[in-house]
Design a protein around this ligand. Sequence first.
Ligand SMILES: NC(=O)c1ccc[n+]([C@@H]2O[C@H](COP(=O)([O-])OP(=O)(O)OC[C@H]3O[C@@H](n4cnc5c(N)ncnc54)[C@H](OP(=O)(O)O)[C@@H]3O)[C@@H](O)[C@H]2O)c1
Length: 325
Amino acid sequence: MILVVGATGQLGSLVVRELRGQGRQVRAMVRDPASAQDLAETGAELVTADLRRPETLDAALADVQAVVATANVVAPTRPGDTSDALDAGYRDLVARCTSRGVRRFVMASVPAGDLDGSVPVARTKRRLERLLGDSGLSFASLRLPPFTEVWLALVGSSLPLRDEQRPNLGRPYRFLRGFRRLTGSSVERHGVMIVPGTASARHAFISIHDVARLLAAAVDREAVSGAVDVGGPEVLSWTDVSAVFADVLGRRVRVVSVPGAVFAAAQRVLAPVAPSVSDIMGLDRLMASMRTDWDTAEVAARLGVGGLRTVEQVLREKAALETVG
Ligand SMILES: NC(=O)c1ccc[n+]([C@@H]2O[C@H](COP(=O)([O-])OP(=O)(O)OC[C@H]3O[C@@H](n4cnc5c(N)ncnc54)[C@H](OP(=O)(O)O)[C@@H]3O)[C@@H](O)[C@H]2O)c1
C-alpha cells in the first residue's frame, strides 16, 4: 500500500492517478473525503487524516510500505495551516513511518539555495530532508524546478490551466483568487508576462504530469536516493518562454520583471499582518533568486522515466484543446 500525503492537491492527485494507472494499491490521505470522490473513483482508498492531527496518522499508515508526500501550505485553505504546523506534522509522520517500518519515503521538494532559512516553503523542505536523512528511512527528495502548468499560469496566462484538474491556483484561498482575477490572462489580453526576477533567469521547466510520473517511479527505484535535482527536458529563460507563448498565441509577448527585492520587502512587511501572503511573497522571492539551468536527463533515466514534455509541447497541447472543445 502506498500512502499519498497531499492527495487532494494538483500534484498529489496526479500521483494518485499515476499509481492507480499502474495498478498499485493507493491510499489517498484527505482531510475532507466528501470533496475527494474523484480520487475514490480511481480505485484509491480514502483515509481521513491530517498532518496537524497526529492521532489520525497511525490509521493512515496501517500496512503502508511507501509514502509519497506533496502536502504543502502555499495556498492554505484552513485556519492554522501554517508552515510551522506543517513541519510539526511532517516530524510526527516521519517518526511514525520509522517506528512502523515503512520501506520508502518520496517527497516533492524545491531546489536548495541561499534563501533556505528565510523562505518558509524552502525551510520546510530542508527540515523534512534532514529528518528523513536522520531517520534511516530509504528516501528520495526530488528537488524540482518551476512546474510549467503552474508558473506559466502565475506569470499571467490561463492557457496552462486548461484541462488541469484540482489546480492549486484554483484553491479557495482569497489572495490567490484576487491575484488571478487581476493578472490571470495578461499574456493573452495584453501580451505581458510578469515574472519574478530577471527575464534572463533560466529554468529546466517541467510538466506537473511528468513530475507525478517521476515521483511514482521513485517509490521503487531505490537507486535514486537522498536529495536529487530533477528537471524538464530543456532549459529556457523567461524571454525564451515569452517567445514560445508568442508563437503559440500568434501575438507579441513581452516580459516585465519584478526584482526579488520587491518580494523581499513585501515578505517582511506582510509577515506580522498577513502571514500566508507573506509566505507567497517569499516564494516569489525564492523564484526570483533561483536558477535551475540543469541537465538532469541522467536522473530521469535512472528513474526509468522518458518522454518529458517541453514547454512548447505543453502549451501547444493546451492551445489545441480550445479548438477541439
Ligand atoms: N509549483 C511548482 O512549481 C513547484 C516546484 C517545485 C516543487 N513543488 C512542490 O510540489 C508540490 C505541489 O503539490 P500540489 O500541487 O499537490 O499542492 P496543492 O495543490 O497546493 O495542494 C496542497 C495539498 O496539501 C494538503 N495539505 C495541506 N495541509 C495539510 C495537512 N495539515 N494535512 C494533510 N494535508 C495537507 C492539501 O490538503 P487540503 O486540500 O485538505 O487543503 C492539499 O492536498 C509541493 O510539495 C510543492 O512544494 C512545486
